[in-house]
Design a protein around this ligand. Structure first.
Ligand code: HEM
Length: 411
């Protein structure tokens, strides 16, 4: 028997509803950071794990990818979910470790480098303008999440992949069902089979994309993935589809959560909005602060390959550790006044994009999208206020707001 007591406070990490109440969540994280930063979590339905809540420990574990691997448990799911994923054989970048991870990551990497970003900027700016125009057409009131924030990043990522606009609504539905699948309003059904259906349909859709790009290659990321070779061999069908799935899903709900959560923060901190309006040069720092503030990816996990220690706590080979990014990004040892939304925060060494070899592949794209959207919106905004209660999605993985009713005047 393991000589360690499970910490009931850390159970919030496996409770999707806890993420709908930021005060409750952050009170629990603050307590863990102060009293039990490497906490054992053992709750019904989940294999037990260690909760890591300090910024410095999260970075140290991510840096040490020899001892702490992504496989076999890269994210927190229920025991049933773990089994289902293993049975489907899904293998995306986040499921892999070096040396294979490095080679597979390289296939898409060029599409996310600064040169590619500069080429994409024109399209991203154009989309930002279209979505702000759409807000004007909506007549001064809208649910910002559903009408704007979920669509803009989807359009960007689908444009990068090279998929037709007529398919966007399907992809939107699949990704929302996959990531929002602990939320009663968004989930497709309650059973594991029904939840798996969304994944299955997404796989079928992307299998067709692979076939068409192999038959007639085009100049887009979908074609680069479909026609990639490793040691002269094409990727297997499951690996090809997994690549699309990680790009489409990772590139979408994350960024939309930052845009909507960032807007809510600006509404609730009007002095910060005025500051940004009078000094647009602050936009890169404001973007970074919105990403820290929202931290849409709630966790990733690592598993110890050998016996090791974190902060004098013995971690046995085979134990999993959960890296709590929202907690790391409010760590009072790293951030001055961490609960203040400060668009000029500098330095801002947040861990919202992770760290180390798995550092978010799309970080430059996400930053560009957030920057582009607010650079378009803020100068045109005459007034803005909440028109109802913002609501957070129930999730333990990726999420943010699901409703943000707003009233505004835009020129
Ligand atoms: C603000 C928005 C975003 C946030 C907060 C975010 C966050 C993250 C985090 C925390 C990780 C794991 C890092 C780690 O394990 O150390 C990750 C990985 C990844 N992200 Fe993002 N992400 C965002 C946007 C995007 C976008 C726009 C894309 C574009 C396609 C993207 C693609 C990926 C991919 C492919 C990985 C896996 C990388 C690997 O395992 O090597 N992300 N992201």
């Amino acid at each position: 028997m393991r000589n360690v007591t499970a910490d009931p406070v850390a159970a919030v990490l496996a409770d999707p509803t806890a993420y709908t109440d930021e005060n409750r969540l952050h009170a629990a994280f603050a307590r863990l950071r102060a009293t039990n930063p490497v906490a054992w979590v053992d709750v019904p339905g989940y294999s037990p794990f260690w909760a890591i809540t300090k910024h410095t420990d999260i970075m140290a574990i991510e840096r040490n990818n020899i001892v702490f691997t992504n496989s076999p448990r890269p994210v927190l799911t229920t025991i049933e979910g773990d089994e289902q994923q293993a049975a489907m054989g899904i293998s995306t970048l986040i499921h892999m470790d070096d040396p294979r991870h490095r080679v597979v990551r390289a296939i898409g990497a060029d599409w996310f480098r600064p040169k590619a970003m500069r080429a994409l900027k024109v399209r991203v700016d154009e989309l930002a303008r279209q979505f702000v125009d759409q807000m004007v057409e909506a007549g001064g009131e809208c649910d910002f999440v559903q009408e704007v924030a979920v669509n803009f990043p989807l359009y960007v990522i689908m444009s990068l992949l090279g998929l037709p606009e007529s398919d966007f609504p399907r992809i939107l539905k699949y990704t929302q069902e996959l990531f929002g699948n602990d939320d009663a309003e968004l989930q497709r059904g309650v059973s594991m089979e029904e939840r798996g259906l969304a994944l299955f349909e997404m796989f079928n859709y992307f299998n067709e994309v692979t076939a068409s790009r192999r038959a007639s290659p085009t100049e887009d990321l979908a074609s680069a993935i479909a026609n990639a070779r490793i040691d002269g061999e094409p990727l297997s069908d499951i690996d090809t589809v997994s690549y699309y799935v990680i790009v489409a899903t990772a590139g979408h709900d994350t960024t939309s959560a930052v845009i909507s959560g960032g807007l809510q923060a600006l509404i609730e901190n009007p002095e910060e909005l005025s500051r940004l309006r009078s000094d647009p040069g602050l936009m890169p720092l404001a973007t970074e602060e919105m990403i820290r503030w929202v931290t849409p990816v709630k966790e990733f996990m690592r598993t110890a390959r050998e016996d090791t220690v974190v902060r004098d706590i013995a971690i046995a080979a085979g134990d999993s550790v959960l890296l709590s990014y929202p907690s790391g990004n409010r760590d009072e040892d790293v951030f001055t006044d961490p609960f203040r939304f400060d668009i000029g925060r500098d330095p801002n060494k947040h861990v919202a994009f992770g760290y180390g070899v798995h550092f978010c592949l799309g970080a430059a794209l996400a930053r560009m999208e957030v920057n582009s959207f607010f650079s378009e919106l803020v100068p045109r905004l005459k007034s803005i206020e909440l028109a109802g209660r913002p609501e957070q999605i129930a999730t333990i993985f990726v999420g943010g707001l699901k409703h943000l009713p707003i009233r505004y005047e835009i020129s």
